[in-house]
Design a binder for this molecule. Structure first.
Ligand SMILES: Nc1ncnc2c1ncn2[C@@H]1O[C@H](COP(=O)(O)OP(=O)(O)O)[C@@H](O)[C@H]1O
Ligand SMILES: [Mg+2]
Length: 229
């Protein structure tokens, strides 16, 4: 079992006026390559903070983040941006789609940053949409799609540079139960195809679908459980 990304003694402080708020208080967590992990816990426990650190969006106050054997503290901002764009796909609760462009154009956006040749961008975007079951919706705009469909577009966008790691922060939080189940099944099938998947959720039913469940409380790992997979 190869470790893909590891947090060692990670502390994260947020400035709060004259003082700081300690959102993570020393977290050790190793995610194996190909693992399907759910991070759960009450609101305010530090789940999003942990995911953002794992995804190289923020730097820790103390401790180390080791990504494929590399300490992220040794990378420049440009190198971190390149790592995020090529190795990590992010999915958020609010789908964060651009409203004025079509589904395929939204999916194609990360390829512009990755300097993919324009000639192949559309083809790859259409393939990613087909992968998430939206082959017939490439020319729809976000407001012509249901919530579940919009989240699928966001997942296609996260997949389009073929990242090894998929990180999702409450991806079902804005969806009805049935659409939420379908989104979790989609993550589960992406895991089976070889992606390492980390999902943040406060819904036990969603977390249960993962292989491994880590429960956060007040910025610390409180317990770990096995999921159903
Ligand atoms: N940018 C910020 N500035 C100050 N406090 C923050 C910031 N982001 C998060 N926090 C605080 O850190 C704690 C953990 O937040 P978060 O990681 O978003 O938790 P969760 O995702 O589990 O709800 C919360 O108490 C939150 O208010
Ligand atoms: Mg959160």
């Amino acid at each position: 079992m190869t470790t893909f990304v590891e947090l060692r003694g990670v502390v994260k402080d947020y400035p709060m006026g004259q003082t700081v708020f300690r959102a993570l208080r020393g977290v050790d967590l190793a995610v194996a390559e190909g693992q399907f992990l759910a991070i759960t816990g009450p609101s305010g426990s530090g789940k999003s903070t942990l995911l953002h650190l794992m995804g190289a969006l923020h730097r820790p106050t103390q401790g180390q983040i080791i990504f494929e054997g590399v300490d992220l503290a040794t990378l420049s901002a440009d190198e971190l941006a390149h790592l995020r764009n090529s190795k990590i796909g992010f999915v958020f609760q609010q789908f964060h789609l651009l409203p004025r462009i079509t589904a395929w154009e939204n999916v194609a956006l990360p390829m512009a940053y990755a300097r993919v040749r324009p000639a192949v961008r559309k083809e790859r975007a259409l393939a990613a949409l087909a992968r998430v079951g939206l082959g017939d919706f490439a020319y729809h705009r976000p407001n012509q799609l249901s919530g579940g469909q919009q989240q699928r577009v966001a997942i296609a966008r996260a997949l389009v540079n073929n990242p090894k790691l998929l990180l999702a922060d409450e991806p079902t939080g804005n969806l009805d139960t049935q659409s939420g189940r379908e989104i979790v099944e989609l993550f589960s099938s992406l895991h089976k195809e070889g992606h390492t998947v980390v999902i943040v959720t406060h819904e036990p039913e969603i977390a249960a679908v993962a292989q491994r469940i880590v429960v956060l409380r007040d910025g610390l790992i409180q317990e770990e459980r096995h999921g159903l997979r």
